[in-house]
Design a protein around this ligand. Sequence first.
Ligand SMILES: [Zn+2]
Length: 390
Amino acid sequence: MDAIQSLAPNRLLKVMRTDANIARMKLTSWMTIALLNLILAAPVRAGRPTDDSDLSGNSARLHSDSTLAPSLDLKPDASDRSQIDTGAELRVELLRRDGAALPVAGLTLHAGDLEITTDSTGTARISECAPRATYRLQTELTHSRIRVTDGSSPYRFRTSIDCGTRTVLQFTEAGDSGQALAIWRIAHLGLTKLESAIGLNFWNKPIEFIWPEDGDYYSFGTVHISRGDHWDVVGHEMGHAIYDLGRLGAFGGGSHKIDECYSEALALSEGWASYFSAWLSVAIDDADAQFEYMVPRRAPLRFENVPLDVCNGPTNEWRVTSFLWDLIDRSDDGEKSEESFAMLWRALQGTRTSGIRSAAGLIERAGFSKEWLSLIWDLNFRTPRAPTIP
Ligand SMILES: [Zn+2]
């Protein structure tokens, strides 16, 4: 089923159900069909909806065990207070299901004129304070380039910290509050990594992350998320937004199943989005690199070694991901991999290239060794690399 056929009618129906006027409903229905025909007849351009229902699986329909929409005011699942010698500290953490605590960076907290931001350890500090002073801090999940919202307003929370104490707030990653922060964590990680690798000049429009949604997709500058704790799917959907901002390649239309072949444009846009998610969250020297939640029927999804039953050639997205990953993971030195990410980015930026064959041509032209490129191509696509002119 086409992306738009599978997404838009559901969303429009929701709007229609709230309309009591049957005559208007009929008109809306007719207009919907006319609009869909128009959209379907047009070639798929940048920013058009992507349908990632295969990617996020059936669990996409549930944001948690609760059927209620989560509150905009996030609440920690646990908090802890301890004494420190000087100043006051707040640490924000996400508790993963395996027990690991992940720091939440980039949260800017305000108390009157005071402004502090959590660092890479999730900690914000007030270095000097008066004994017994209390600071009522508040924050919103917003930044000039990223926002996590319920579709209208950003999520937020308030907390108080006392001078001479360290307060640790823990949010369960899969919980109703934790999922919003988990999306923030990935979005801010993307911001930080991109800033360090390529700079942020290309990122000229903010990306809104809306949660909870019925499905996972990217559409016209907005990322829609069903499960905030599914880090690999969140990274993939953010990848679509970044690919669009960087004008790296074409967007393909239609539905996609990760083990099948379709158009080269669709395989490139989907494969690049997963490669971006991997670059954000997976260790570059991981010999068995894999996603955790993506495509539940095939999880965990391994992309260092693609299974043999997956369709061969440059029109398969899984192989595009593993090919791009292989281009940057040749060295287990983290800095070199960052240089390679930047090199691939610069080769493709602004080109809106049509598929991975033309992308490989551009990467070769940018200085990547032809021998290595061809070897990595053969290993991943299992089809010969035909010479192409980008
Ligand atoms: Zn996608």
